[in-house]
Design a protein around this ligand. Structure first.
Ligand SMILES: C[S@@+](CC[C@H](N)C(=O)[O-])C[C@H]1O[C@@H](n2cnc3c(N)ncnc32)[C@H](O)[C@@H]1O
Length: 429
């Protein structure tokens, strides 16, 4: 959003117009725009207000009903921490009894709102002028939150009375994802160096960050929401009461507007900079057990697959493939961290054989997941000529040391969390 658009919305007329808009409906957008202009509102204001109406509608997924009183830019919304996750961040600062938290690189205020919502005094800093202005509006309900437009690394923390820092470096530039932590803004190394100034430091990082880049004496937690891995965060000093190590926090929508949370931790507090433990995979198809388990992405990223496998008495179906096989169902302690299936059949990964399966069983609906093979589920589905009333779930993968792909035909067990299916990726163990 241009600063001039924001200025229009922050006039009494602009704010009144924005507050009067109905919920976003793409079918009505053009007609609404026309009628607002006919009522005499300036086209630039109408356009700015309707953009906010659309962004607020998208933002509901992250901010629930609060989105309706907030302001966003597309980038700010994209990068913002969703409230359910930000609440977990904020709870660490509250438990550490932080006196004043600096949110360095606050964006539109996702994390700062959660901190301020717990009554913590917050200094929210962003170097982008428009973004800082949006954060100011979004933090308006919290008198103990201050927003400053400044460079994160130039804030005099001691002079500000700050004893705890949260930082969420920008990991995108010019629409591109920056994979190297040295390119983030501010760079990860410089943010971690703030430990020389405050003990209580938390840093949100990309889930795929190389474990070797992470401080060995910190606790690193990977977080998934409804099976999407959304982030990892490094927690230092009093913000990590669990001590050094790694954990997976798995959040699920409970279906009634709330969230359930489950935590899997490495009890030995393994050094997060060490590579994850290796597992003995099965050797051949004969070794496959009656159950296949797929660990949640947060468990995989945290390097806790070996821990889950050990507790289940299960083994990977192939080297570096995150499907586990065994005969023990996941109990309530493990089921939130896995999706589990009964293995019904094993098919060769050959188009002709798969097409005849689809024909013979009248399969009209097919859920395909894959790990360890270069197959596009969409392309495979499209080439199968699905027709019929039956539905099946296929796991396309490799078993044992064979380089050949196979299709594991599976059925969900009652264990595991009932969530929307998400195609698996190739993340290795
Ligand atoms: C990933 S976003 C933060 C999102 C925020 N946690 C939220 O939930 O809304 C990163 C922000 O850092 C800001 N930023 C990048 N480099 C900065 C720097 N050196 N000083 C201050 N802010 C910076 C960007 O303008 C961007 O708004």
């Amino acid at each position: 959003m241009a600063t001039s658009d924001l200025a229009l919305l922050l006039t009494p007329e602009g704010w009144a117009l924005l507050s009067s808009l109905p919920p976003y409906d793409p079918q009505q957008s053009l007609a609404l725009s026309r009628s607002l202009r006919e009522e005499g509102h300036a086209p630039a204001l109408v356009s700015a207000a309707l953009t906010q109406q659309r962004l607020r509608s998208r933002a509901t997924a992250k901010f629930g009903p609060f989105a309706q009183t907030m302001l966003f830019t597309p980038d700010g919304l994209e990068q913002a921490t969703r409230l359910t996750v930000a609440a977990h961040h904020a709870a660490r600062y509250a438990a550490a009894e932080s006196a004043r938290v600096a949110d360095l690189g606050c964006g539109i205020g996702g994390d700062a709102i959660a901190l301020a919502g717990l009554e913590l005094p917050v200094l929210a800093v962003d170097r982008d002028e428009t973004t800082a202005a949006l954060a100011t509006v979004n933090l308006m309900p919290f008198p103990h939150a201050t927003v400053r437009c400044a460079d994160a690394l130039e804030v005099d923390l001691a002079a500000e009375g700050v004893d705890a820092v949260f930082a969420d470096p920008a990991r995108r530039a010019d629409g591109r994802r920056l994979t190297s932590p040295g390119q983030w803004s501010p760079p990860l190394e410089e943010v971690l160096a703030l430990r020389g100034r405050v003990d209580a430091l938390g840093v949100k990082i990309a889930p795929g960050t190389d474990h070797a880049e992470l401080p060995p004496d910190a606790h690193v937690q990977w977080v998934s929401v409804d099976r999407d891995v959304v982030e990892a965060a490094v927690w230092c000093g009093p913000l990590a009461p669990e001590g050094p190590g790694r954990s997976a926090l798995v959040l699920h929508d409970d279906g009634s507007g709330g969230t359930t949370s489950h935590l899997l931790s490495d009890p030995d507090g393994t050094d997060p900079s060490l590579p994850p433990a290796q597992l003995d995979p099965v050797v051949s198809l004969e070794d496959l057990g009656p159950l296949i388990h797929e660990p949640d992405g947060a468990v995989i990223r945290a390097g806790l697959v070996a821990l889950a496998a050990e507790r289940l008495g299960a083994r990977p179906v192939g080297p570096r493939i995150a499907y586990l096989t065994g005969s023990t169902p996941a109990g309530p302690g493990l089921s939130p961290f896995l999706r589990s299936w009964h293995l019904r059949e094993v098919l060769p990964l050959r188009l002709k054989a798969l097409r005849s399966r689809v024909r013979a069983h009248g399969i009209g609906s097919l859920e395909i997941h894959r790990r360890g093979v270069e197959v596009s589920p969409e392309a495979l589905r499209a080439s199968l000529r699905l027709r019929g009333n039956a539905s099946e779930t296929w796991l396309v993968t490799r078993v044992g040391s064979s380089a050949r792909g196979v299709v594991l035909v599976v059925e969900p067990t009652s264990a595991g969390h009932p969530v929307r299916p998400v195609p698996a990726d190739d993340t290795p163990l």
